[in-house]
Design a protein around this ligand. Structure first.
Ligand SMILES: Nc1ncnc2c1ncn2[C@@H]1O[C@H](COP(=O)(O)OP(=O)(O)O)[C@@H](O)[C@H]1O
Ligand SMILES: [Mg+2]
Length: 303
């Protein structure tokens, strides 16, 4: 278990993202990343995951310290965050466009990073963490390896949810079914009781599907039907039209989620028809081992 460090011993340098700050430890002047969360569950879960995965060159290092806070001298110190080594090359999200602009984004590097990330994901699958749910470029950090080459490092082991456009259908559909079927989980207080009852029984089912463009968009904090946002010469939808677009989007999504759930039940009970198998397209996705084999066998043209 990493040592605890009172938050007062940290010197704040700058905020990198909502939950992430660059700090120095007052005594040593050494720089670290501080990650904190207002809600303890996600924070404690991430600490547990980081500590339960054995070290891997392409997975973020374990927390260096746990950071504690104390409301008054009589109360117990509580963990409010943790310190990670600072990867000063940052996340791929920003680094890749920069490297491309500088003409330094090489296919050799991209191939190496792909292999490293695939290997990291495989490693997580056989570790106590079991899965990685947030694969996207801002969760992949870059760092120099022992030969001075840039390597990809998978970060953010929170394992909570992911955005619609980054998650596979079998994940987001099950989330929607759970939300509709569980009053505790549902984000909207407006879900009708009949909807909870209808979806409660599908909780245990995982489903899958193909991603289609969403019929609604958000512009400047407001929601509009696709192509009707009033921006870039588009006409502006009325409130009523927008409500209708949102309703029909969600109705369509829930129908698809249910179809996938039924297809998965059919598959699990050996009753699947061809049309069910067609829907469960994750069955046809390559395994990570197969991906790694293809990547390893890929030879780049010599320049
Ligand atoms: N150890 C680190 N070194 C450098 N930058 C980091 C580090 N950890 C996180 N970051 C930066 O902070 C961002 C958010 O971190 P992340 O752990 O993904 O938090 P969240 O759970 O809020 O997504 C990353 O996209 C990256 O830019
Ligand atoms: Mg993240």
């Amino acid at each position: 278990m990493p040592e605890a460090l009172p938050i007062e011993e940290l010197h704040y340098e700058r905020q990198i993202q909502t939950s992430i700050g660059l700090v120095t430890i007052a005594d040593t002047g050494q720089q670290y990343i501080f990650k904190g969360r207002p809600t303890p569950n996600a924070l404690y879960h991430e600490i547990k995951m980081l500590l339960s995965i054995d070290r891997h060159p392409n997975i973020i290092e374990r927390p260096v310290k746990l950071v504690t806070t104390q409301t008054d001298a009589m109360s117990e110190a509580r963990v409010c965050g943790f310190l990670l080594p600072y990867y000063d090359k940052g996340a791929m999200q920003e680094a890749l466009p920069r490297l491309r602009l500088q003409g330094e984004l090489k296919l050799q590097d991209q191939l190496r990073w792909s292999k490293q990330l695939t290997a990291a994901l495989k490693y997580i699958h056989s570790s106590p963490a079991l899965f990685y749910s947030d694969l996207k470029m801002d969760n992949v950090l870059l760092a120099h390896d022992e030969n001075g080459k840039l390597k990809a490092v998978l970060a953010d082991l929170e394992q909570s949810r992911n955005f619609y456009n980054w998650a596979p259908p079998e994940v987001y559909y099950i989330e929607w079914i759970v939300e509709l079927g569980d009053e505790e989980v549902a984000r909207s207080g407006l879900v009708e009781h009949a909807a909870y009852e209808k979806h409660a029984f599908l909780f245990h089912v995982r489903e899958s599907g193909k991603m289609e463009p969403i019929g609604i968009v958000r512009r400047g904090g407001r929601v509009f039907p696709l192509g009707r946002s009033g921006v870039n010469c588009e006409p502006t939808a009325t409130l009523e039209e927008t409500k209708q677009a949102i309703k029909s989007f969600w109705r369509g999504e829930m129908e698809k989620a249910e179809r996938f759930a039924w297809a998965q039940i059919a598959y699990a009970t050996n009753l699947a028809q061809e049309s069910d198998i067609e829907l469960l397209d994750y069955l046809r996705r390559p395994k990570l081992t197969e991906v790694l084999e293809v990547l390893n066998g890929f030879s780049l043209p010599t320049l």
